[in-house]
Ligand binder design. Structure first.
Ligand code: ZN
Length: 258
């Protein structure tokens, strides 16, 4: 404080400004004006009489029009997965008219009471859908397909996955969250992606026309990792989908949810 208001020219100016502001504030508070402002005087649409009497008790009735908001609505939705949240309706403010009576004694406000509150325009609530459906651990990489070859013995060897016939260029999705450990040409698999799900399970996606991920990339279930095709040992456009646990292939059809 001493440094701020020292006897230098600048110090005196600061002191003058400080005292002027303090006096203005004191006058405002004394007149009760700051009370009105804090109650939203700018929204007043009607006042019963202009000034309270300076001696004895008087009252004033105010009508305010203010915006108001409806309470958010939450809807639990079993058509959405449990980690999904969707806003299906945005909120819109409504308007409300509030009637207030203020009681004064010797011109100073003593009491403030709400007499009535009336909605002029109904507010529209925000509607939020919250998913409750349990997310499957693994999903199939494409949705509309024809199973052209199942898992198991084929042509004297073992077919280590399932073949899902789809048109070339179909988006291929990650079966579950994980890290990409192979992306690009890979022998008989052609252009392929492998994803490590960090629980001993690896999924493989073969014969694609293009990959859209790179090794080391973290992906989430449903992310588009490439486009289907017929590269490598393939006789027609399809996705070869393979699941392996600790290196051993198993039939994905038994484990994925549709
Ligand atoms: Zn195959």
């Amino acid at each position: 404080m001493k440094k701020l208001f020292n006897k230098s020219y600048k110090g005196r100016i600061r002191m003058f400004v400080f005292v002027t502001l303090a006096l203005t504030l004191a006058v405002l508070i004394y007149n009760g004006e700051s009370l009105y402002i804090s109650h939203g005087e700018e929204n007043v649409v009607e006042v019963s009489n202009s000034n309270p009497v300076l001696t004895g008790t008087s009252t004033q009735i105010y009508k305010y029009v203010n915006p108001y908001y409806a309470e958010c609505e939450y809807i639990y939705d079993d058509t959405m997965y449990e980690d999904e949240v969707e806003i299906t309706q945005e909120e819109q403010a409504g308007t409300k008219e509030t009637t207030v009576v203020e009681t004064f004694y010797n011109g100073e406000i003593q009491e403030r009471k709400m007499l009535d509150s009336e909605i002029i325009d109904e507010a529209v609530p925000r509607v939020v859908h919250i998913g409750t459906k349990e997310r499957p651990l693994y999903i199939l990489p494409v949705e509309n397909y024809i199973l052209s070859s199942g898992f198991g013995p084929r042509w004297g060897t073992n077919h280590n996955g399932i073949d899902m016939a789809v048109p070339t260029g179909t988006e291929v999705m990650a079966s579950a969250d994980g890290i990409v450990i192979q992306s690009g040409w890979n022998g008989g698999y052609g252009i392929s992606v492998y994803i490590d799900h960090e629980n001993g399970v690896i999924t493989r996606y073969g014969h694609m026309s293009q990959t859209l991920v790179s090794v080391g990339q973290r992906v989430s279930q449903g992310d588009i990792i490439g486009l289907s095709g017929s590269t490598g040992d393939s006789t027609g456009p399809h996705v070869h989908f393979e699941m392996r646990e600790d290196g051993a292939a198993f039939d994905p059809i038994r484990y994925v949810n549709y």
